[in-house]
Design a protein around this ligand. Structure first.
Ligand code: ADP
Ligand code: TZP
Ligand code: MG
Length: 269
């Protein structure tokens, strides 16, 4: 498999040109951040979860984000209509209930992307993990190989977020070297990363390229906000505002070429 060509500037232009409608079923904690992140990238957010309409809304969307514990009808509607489906298994590994719901999500519906933190992806792989609430704690030295294993089992692109994000398919894993520690100090950055991948996937043909470009753009927004390019901040609360302004304000000139920041780290047989 040759490395995908990732041009984040072209990807961002595609999002702004296509304005993908993204239906997100996410948790009540981060729903507003997820909606704004969708809009600021250039997508159109909707959070339809009423069982009377969710299938119709998803069928007319260009992408669907499905968070833990939400109705699976939306996942089936996405699958049935060829709508890219991103599943974020928030907190899997923390309780047996979340383990059961996540297992159902990745087995009953066919996610195009599974987007979780190191601990969540390791839990889905059935490997040692420590997830406290929704936070990944502990060390995950083999996260790239773990992500490949989950991609093989689910046939999905797997995004494992953390200090360095990993994007994996069944036969390769790539490190996306972007981001800033301040992003880990804000609740909602994982959920916003998931909807970023969904938004890019809703505007691009290839899911892996969309996941790589979206993850890279997301990390660059985090760097730009941390550098003060989108306003000074006094702590994590004001950083989050600067981060969202960075998402809205990023232009092609701010984005590096993919090959400057993306490296293949696993070449599975
Ligand atoms: N220490 C860090 N350094 C750089 N980027 C980080 C760091 N921690 C988190 N991020 C970034 O923040 C986003 C959310 O990651 P993470 O905190 O792992 O998700 P979650 O909020 O679901 O636990 C990702 O884009 C990730 O790259
Ligand atoms: C704190 C919390 N509890 C249930 S969902 C949620 C938000 C998780 O957001 P993220 O995964 O982006 O940190
Ligand atoms: Mg998360």
């Amino acid at each position: 498999m040759s490395d995908p060509t990732v041009d984040p500037a072209a990807a961002l232009s595609a999002v702004r040109r296509e304005q993908p409608l993204v239906n997100s079923l996410t948790n009540a904690v981060t729903v507003n951040d997820v909606a704004n992140a969708t809009l600021y990238w250039g997508g159109l957010p909707v959070m339809s979860d009423d069982e009377r309409e969710v299938a119709d809304m998803v069928a007319g969307a260009q992408a669907c984000l499905l968070n833990m514990g939400t109705v699976s009808e939306s996942g089936e509607a996405a699958n049935g209509n060829g709508v890219p489906l991103v599943v974020d298994p928030v907190g899997v590994g923390a309780t047996p209930t979340r383990d059961r719901v996540a297992e159902r999500l990745v087995s009953e519906v066919r996610p195009d992307v599974i987007n979780g933190n190191y601990g969540e992806i390791s839990a889905i792989a059935g490997e040692e993990s420590e997830v406290r609430g929704v936070e990944s704690v502990g060390e995950y030295a083999d996260i790239a190989e773990t992500a490949v294993a989950v991609a093989r089992r689910t046939d999905a692109v797997v995004v494992a977020s953390g200090e360095t994000d990993v994007v994996a398919t069944e036969d390769a894993a790539f490190e996306v070297r972007a981001g800033h520690p301040m992003m880990g100090e804000v609740v909602g950055t994982g959920c916003m990363q998931g909807v970023t991948v969904a938004t890019f996937a809703g505007a691009m043909e290839d899911t892996l390229t969309a996941a790589l470009a979206g993850t890279l753009a997301f990390g660059v927004a985090g760097e730009a906000a941390a550098d003060g390019q989108f306003g000074e901040y006094a702590g994590p609360a004001s950083y989050k505002i600067a981060f969202l302004d960075a998402v809205a304000g990023l232009g092609g000139v701010d984005l590096p070429d993919g090959d400057e920041r993306i490296e293949r780290v696993v070449e599975a047989a």
